[in-house]
Design a protein around this ligand. Structure first.
Ligand SMILES: [Zn+2]
Length: 210
């Protein structure tokens, strides 16, 4: 599996490119910004984007989606519980002092029980509300990888004080969904360093049982 993690934009959102070396099919997760850079990586690996998957509708994760769709023709996937938040992109831009990316059109909602694929690499969608109502994680079980969006970070968890956030829901998502995965699952958070489920189970101050 080809997997590039590319921090993009002023908030350094971890954009993932997942590609199949044989079919050259790819998915891009969270193309928040710097679409030219993402396209350069796609070209370097000779990949064709089949899906654009958004872990949640915060501007730093979704801001470049329309530009990438225009360049690749790939559909944009987001959980429908974040559609309201997506209508607030101009408000989000104002909070951060960023330019508004304009309207983002979603082609399809995805939720728990569904999968998305790039060639032979398939991710299970896990709906993990809490950071936002429509937050999802992508779980590549055979490859032991979890793209966690802003639900889990190395040593921390997603903030819940923004619209749609809920501390109760994120704790439920973390304990019932994320921590149900094997310890050796590599976690690619929405920002910052990679970690594993086992490391976070053991040492994340928000998750350690006292
Ligand atoms: Zn976020």
């Amino acid at each position: 599996m080809i997997h590039e993690v590319i921090p993009v934009g002023p908030l350094q959102c971890n954009c993932s490119i997942i590609g199949d070396e044989t079919t050259r099919e790819a998915m891009v997760i969270d193309p928040g910004d710097e679409i030219e850079l993402i396209l350069a990586f796609l070209q370097k690996h000779n990949l064709q984007v089949k899906q654009i998957v958004i872990t949640h509708a915060h501007i730093d994760h979704v801001g470049g989606a329309m530009k990438l769709r225009a360049a690749t023709g790939a559909p944009i996937l987001l959980n429908q519980n974040d559609y309201d938040l997506l209508k607030m992109l101009d408000v989000q831009a104002a909070w951060l002092g960023m330019a508004t990316p304009g309207d983002v059109e979603i082609d399809r909602s995805v939720t728990t029980g569904e999968t998305v694929s790039a060639g032979s690499h398939t991710a299970q969608i896990l709906h993990t509300p809490g950071h936002t109502e429509g937050s999802i994680c992508l779980y590549f079980e055979p490859e032991k990888r979890l793209i966690a969006g802003d639900t889990l970070f190395a040593g921390s968890i997603g903030r819940t004080d923004l619209p749609g956030g809920s501390m109760q829901k994120i704790m439920r998502s973390l304990h019932n969904t994320v921590l149900s995965l094997p310890d050796d699952t590599v976690v690619i958070p929405g920002h910052g360093e990679l970690t594993t489920v086992g490391d976070e189970r053991e040492s994340n101050p928000f998750l350690v049982k006292r």
